[in-house]
Design a protein around this ligand. Structure first.
Ligand code: HEM
Length: 495
């Protein structure tokens, strides 16, 4: 053989050996956890659990739905890439995982999302470990910019404009309208009106480049990155989502570069007063934090409230507008006191977040071997194992009926243990903002259009979450009538 032939043959041999070693390690790890009582979901060599995940995604569900039906265990295991991933599927296990005081050890960030929307802002706190320099300061500085009153004002104005922009007649695509709402509110909140209106070069799916508003390009790129990383092989081997081997990957990378260059330029300017940009730049510059990190934390703040809030709103309206839930629509639309209306809307949003949390907790890894106990059952988790609570399974303990009364202040029972925003040090710093945005739109929509009804109830597999393609088509002006005599009347739908 000539030397030119040796090199590729040797490289292929080394790759095969590395693959075999990884596969053998995964098999050993799986046995190790099975001996401790961990139940594994269905897996196949090389592709792990992804076949079943694909069928869920095709039905507008996320991977988390794989873990709902095994309540008699603390952990369910699966194989992602070549890693074992354990999901804590009940409250007690979740509590141990989110509270390092119980085990004395941190379980810390290591997430495949880095290869997805993480390409936009790899240095953002979302993808960093707690031990990263200035992590706590960065999270605090972001929090300082999260002024609830300010976002409430922006959200009230934009939801009023949008809800007044449509009326009776043809079906309306509410997903698109709510998408515009979250995009505009987050853009103005983080960057201010002037910076948000600047344009950036954007390549669309057909390959045409045009200048579009910054937040539009960001929202589209963020959404397409998430969907691209969820293609089958990109789920089997996460880094494949970053390889410029497809037209879509190259287009996304082009748009990422445009957005990052645009922001490098914007950040040389002066932040608008009261913006998140102002607070984060002020706090982080004092600590000597690099501009690239400031850019990435602001990018994360700009995108974290897009799909999450959009799906929270759509899920809530989907539940509230069902004829069986007419009493909630009626109570909200005709509440004679604003603070009562707010309580009712909040209860409906919270119950929707319980039944249809838009996303998962972000994945974490065991940093050093960790011994833990759940009601006397002992586990030793090994360094390098991915592990996270499964929000869906924890929430499913309370059943699948839409019962917002559990979240009303007058409710007698204890509130359910829910974690749509995660819990502990890695939990969502934007939860109050997200709630304000969602409640504002839902309240405004129901009071402006108490006679709305859903036109696509016959669609199959309607679920709202960050990976779903479900639509919410609305028609305004059925023959819905206010009924003060009955609590649970159904609206009369047009024939
Ligand atoms: C209804 C809306 C929202 C939901 C359901 C939601 C949910 C979540 C969840 C589940 C996590 C992961 C928590 C964990 O891993 O333990 C998270 C993290 C995060 N969220 Fe939210 N979120 C929402 C809105 C927002 C908004 C509006 C912002 C900011 C403007 C935001 C900023 C963040 C950030 C920066 C993180 C990363 C925190 C860290 O890594 O320590 N979120 N969110």
């Amino acid at each position: 053989m000539r030397p030119v032939v040796y090199v590729p043959v040797a490289a292929a041999g080394a790759a095969t050996l590395a693959l075999a070693a990884k596969a053998a390690r995964t098999v050993r790890e799986r046995r190790y956890y099975e001996k401790q009582g961990v139940v594994f979901s269905r897996t196949y060599p090389l592709i792990g659990s992804e076949t079943d995940v694909s069928s869920l995604i095709n039905r507008n569900k996320t991977r988390d739905y794989l873990y709902l039906d095994r309540p008699a265990t603390d952990f369910i295991g699966s194989i992602r890439g070549f890693d074992i991933q354990l999901y804590g599927v009940n409250r007690k296990t979740a509590e141990v995982l989110v509270n390092p005081a119980i085990t004395g050890k941190n379980i810390d960030r290591d997430t495949p999302a880095l290869y997805s929307f993480g390409q936009l802002s790899p240095s953002a706190m979302t993808f960093q470990k707690i031990t990263t320099e200035h992590f706590g300061d960065r999270k605090r500085n972001l929090g300082k910019g999260f002024d609830q009153e300010r976002i409430g004002g922006i959200a009230a104005k934009r939801s009023a404009e949008l809800c007044a922009s449509f009326g009776g007649g043809a079906p309306i695509d509410l997903k698109r309208i709510v998408g515009d709402y979250t995009q505009d509110v987050m853009g103005e909140f983080v960057w201010g009106r002037d910076a948000m209106r600047l344009t950036v070069a954007y390549k669309d799916k057909a390959g045409r480049v045009s200048r579009v508003p910054f937040m539009f390009a960001l929202n589209e790129t963020f959404t397409h990155l998430r969907f691209y990383s969820n293609r089958f092989w990109n789920r089997v081997h996460f880094p494949a989502a970053t390889w410029p081997v497809t037209r879509e990957a190259r287009r996304l990378q082009h748009n990422i570069r445009q957005l990052q260059n645009h922001l490098a330029e914007v950040l040389r300017g002066t932040p608008g007063p009261g913006t998140v940009w102002e607070q984060v730049a002020l706090g982080n510059e004092k600590l000597g934090i690099a501009t690239e990190i400031i850019r990435d934390d602001l990018l994360t703040a700009s995108i974290a409230g897009l799909d999450t809030v959009q799906n929270t709103i759509l899920a809530t309206l989907w539940y509230v507008l069902q004829p069986d839930n007419a009493k909630w629509r009626q109570a909200i639309a005709y509440a004679d006191d604003e603070s009562r209306r707010n309580e009712l809307v909040e209860a409906c949003v919270s119950e929707s977040l319980r039944l249809s949390p838009p996303g998962s907790v972000i994945n974490n890894k065991v940093i050093e071997d960790l011994a833990m106990e759940v009601e006397g059952r002992k586990y030793v988790l090994r360094k390098g194992t991915r592990v996270m609570p499964n929000i869906h399974a924890v929430h499913a303990e309370y059943g699948d009926a839409f019962e917002p009364e559990r979240f009303l202040p007058e409710s007698k029972g204890a509130e359910p243990y829910v974690m749509p925003f995660g819990k502990g040090r890695r939990s969502c710093p934007g939860r109050n903002l997200g709630m304000v945005m969602a409640k504002t739109f839902v309240g405004r929509f129901l009071t402006t259009h108490p006679d709305a009804w859903i036109a696509n109830t016959a669609d199959r597999d309607v679920h709202f979450n960050n990976l779903s393609q479900s639509q919410l088509m609305i028609v305004i002006g059925g023959r819905w009538e206010r009924d003060d005599t009955a609590a649970g009347v159904c609206p009369v739908m047009p024939a």
